[in-house]
Design a protein around this ligand. Structure first.
Ligand SMILES: Cc1cc2nc3c(=O)[nH]c(=O)nc-3n(C[C@H](O)[C@H](O)[C@H](O)COP(=O)(O)OP(=O)(O)OC[C@H]3O[C@@H](n4cnc5c(N)ncnc54)[C@H](O)[C@@H]3O)c2cc1C
Length: 274
């Protein structure tokens, strides 16, 4: 929102499926409706791979896609979204007063749809093994650049050997549907990892990103691949395509950087070449 909200008709606390459904109906009934979400829009459904029991989707639907569409539909009817948490709520008849990071907001009606947090098992390493897998392509030598992020979605929720190597059933989603703040942090981490390992030219860095708990997203580097798949449909060129770099342009840039590096090495070592 551009300006701080002072008085609204309907305040919704939480942007999971329940809050988004409430927002859709309230906004469609011409009530000024504002929804607060402190984590990721879509709540638990945004961290679900395949949802196959949602009426109307006979072949199932990916949770993040459903979340994006629910949000788009509610905003189409005028619902406003604030990316932040509601810290407090009190009654001040005839209003309710919400405490937010931007100050206090008065609302005629409040709908609390704060949902639930899935219970973790508490086993060692669990924190580093949950989250959405996103991938970032890095290009360059001394001043590497990070691409937009992508996400692999497997048809049955599990990225199996068959989905990776034997058929085309896995979907590459570019850009990945994570928050802008998380995406920026992942891109910075990708460059840090690239530099820490003294990489050159290209690498694809894979991460788990967990925005489920709200607050700062948990980001874990899974792997840095120094020779990523490079067919025209592979993730690495797909990510650069999203940044406006075509497959031929990407190859040209890589060759330029390889030649530049080779010249630099020769200059440092004084090596001659035939
Ligand atoms: C792994 C997984 C798989 C699932 N698969 C399916 C499935 O296939 N089919 C199915 O029907 N259901 C499934 N579910 C369950 C389904 O996701 C939930 O029932 C549904 O998301 C509940 O919606 P909700 O809006 O009530 O709450 P939530 O989805 O929990 O959303 C609540 C939202 O409120 C936000 N919030 C909380 N407090 C505040 C605050 N103070 N200020 C601002 N925001 C706040 C949270 O960040 C969260 O985004 C699955 C759940 C999980 C975890």
């Amino acid at each position: 929102m551009d300006e701080p909200v002072e008085e609204i008709d309907v305040a919704i606390v939480g942007g999971g499926p329940t809050g988004l459904a409430a927002g859709l109906y309230a906004a469609r009934a011409s009530r000024r409706t504002v929804l607060w979400e402190r984590g990721v829009l879509g709540g638990q459904i945004a961290i679900t791979a395949l949802v196959d029991n949602y009426p109307g989707f006979a072949d199932g639907v990916q949770g993040p896609d459903l979340a994006i569409d629910m949000h788009r539909q509610a905003e189409k009817f005028g619902m406003e979204t604030v990316y932040g948490g509601v810290e407090g709520l009190r009654r001040d008849p005839p209003h309710y007063v919400l405490t937010t990071a931007d100050g206090e907001v008065r609302a005629k009606t409040v709908i609390v749809t704060s949902g639930a947090d899935p219970v973790k098992l508490g086993v060692p390493g669990e924190e580093a093994l949950t989250g959405r897998e996103v991938e970032c392509a890095v290009l360059g030598n001394a001043e590497p650049q990070a691409s937009p992020l992508g996400e692999i979605r497997a048809p049955d929720g599990f990225y199996s050997y068959a989905a990776k190597y034997e058929n085309d059933s896995a979907e590459l989603v570019v850009p990945a549907a994570i928050s802008e703040a998380a995406a920026e942090r992942v891109q910075r981490c990708a460059i840090d990892a690239f530099r820490a390992l003294d990489c050159a030219g290209l690498a694809r860095v894979d991460f788990f990103v967990d925005e489920e708990a709200g607050g700062e997203p948990a980001i874990h580097v899974l792997e840095l691949n120094t020779l990523p798949g490079f067919t025209p449909i592979s993730m690495y060129p797909r990510l650069w395509q999203e940044a406006g770099l075509s497959y031929p342009e990407l190859i040209t840039r890589l060759l330029e950087r390889a030649l530049g590096r080779s010249r630099g090495t020769r200059a440092r070592t004084g090596a001659a070449h035939a």
